[in-house]
Design a protein around this ligand. Structure first.
Ligand code: DGP
Length: 115
């Protein structure tokens, strides 16, 4: 837990979130500023800054995030039509919260390349 991290505060229950899935390793909750009809963030409960900070010890947390993304997609009925799974690292990608998170976006056609 990082005291000044917004998503760690959500994991700790200090800031409310619209949680859709929780396990011992991950939390999935709706994005406060949705960019698609379905926009869920999947995060490891462990504080990891971004994909660039992942290490050998983080394999199970990473696998849990992907497993959760699949479950969210199924629960939100995105699995047949399709969805996008995105993580941003750094300023040029627009990362604004420095706790690893995967955006699950769906419910509309996704443009490519992203803006
Ligand atoms: P990124 O730009 O990839 O770092 O995405 C961060 C996302 O986090 C962004 O889409 C908005 C979302 N977000 C920021 N603050 C909050 C919050 O307090 N609650 C929720 N549910 N989402 C948040």
């Amino acid at each position: 837990m990082s005291e000044d991290c917004l998503f760690c505060q959500i994991v700790a229950g200090k800031i409310p979130a619209d949680t859709v899935l929780e396990t011992d390793r991950i939390l999935a909750f709706r994005d406060i500023n949705p960019q698609a009809p379905v926009h869920v963030l999947v995060i490891p409960k462990k504080h990891i800054v971004s994909a660039m900070e992942l290490g050998d010890a983080d394999g199970e947390d990473l696998a849990a995030c992907f497993e959760a993304a699949r479950e969210v997609a199924r629960n939100e009925r995105l699995d047949s039509g399709g969805f996008r799974l995105v993580t941003n690292h750094g300023a040029e990608a627009g990362q604004s919260v420095f706790h690893l998170h995967f955006h699950v976006l769906g419910g509309r056609a996704m443009g490519w390349p992203p803006g």
